[in-house]
Ligand binder design. Structure first.
Ligand code: AMP
Length: 189
């Protein structure tokens, strides 16, 4: 099973990815998590990415494409993977298409998790409280920036994957278990 979870910050991509990992026995591949680990470990990648992530901008396509390409070669991605937070631009989607061609594999589905902006702000502020400020980009100002970046750079991927016949949309405003059920039903059809 090879899936992409698409949706704005706070839509529930990470939450759903973690549940689907158990369901399908395949890894979650979160470019945000990989970048945050690199930032915490102060690796060269982390030092380069920190200011960009903290202000809610996108790290360059070249950097994230490199991260994903390397990660997809790992043994645990052989049976499949759940991409969470990648691709985020058309250029990343095109790079991913090429990576998959090179590996001789295909995506099964792209799941768009939809949620309205007010609910996203509420959730991310809640996440910031619960995590004790662990994410520098989880505050209202940076979140609004990230939502704007999503609309501009990532939302065009909805049409991109709809054209490819891969897009399934679920309502991310429902409770977590209902969203999971909707995703599983969408994948099964
Ligand atoms: P996320 O955890 O997916 O919300 O990502 C947190 C931050 O990491 C984003 O706001 C970006 O700064 C950076 N990031 C994560 N994934 C990508 C990506 N695919 N392309 C560019 N930047 C990314």
């Amino acid at each position: 099973m090879r899936l992409i979870l698409l949706g704005p910050p706070g839509a529930g991509k990470g939450t759903q990815a973690k549940i689907l990992v158990d369901t399908y026995g395949i890894p979650q591949l979160s470019t945000g998590d990989i970048l945050r680990s690199a930032i915490a470990a102060k690796t060269p990648l982390g030092l380069e990415a920190k200011a960009i992530v903290d202000r809610g901008d996108l790290v360059s396509d070249a950097i994230v494409n490199g991260i994903v390409s390397e990660r997809l070669d790992a043994e645990d991605c052989k049976p499949g993977f759940i991409l969470d937070g990648f691709p985020r631009t058309i250029a990343q989607a095109e790079a991913l298409d090429q990576m998959l061609v090179d590996k001789g594999v295909k995506l099964d589905a792209v799941i768009e998790i939809k949620a309205d902006a007010d609910e996203l702000v509420r959730r991310v502020i809640q996440r910031a409280k619960e995590s004790g400020g662990a994410r520098a980009d989880d505050n209202e100002e940076v979140l609004r920036k990230r939502l704007g970046v999503y609309q501009e750079q990532t939302a065009p991927l909805v049409a991109y994957y709809a054209e490819g016949g891969l897009l399934k949309t679920v309502n991310g405003m429902e409770p977590v278990d209902q969203v999971t059920a909707a995703i599983k039903a969408a994948i099964a059809h």
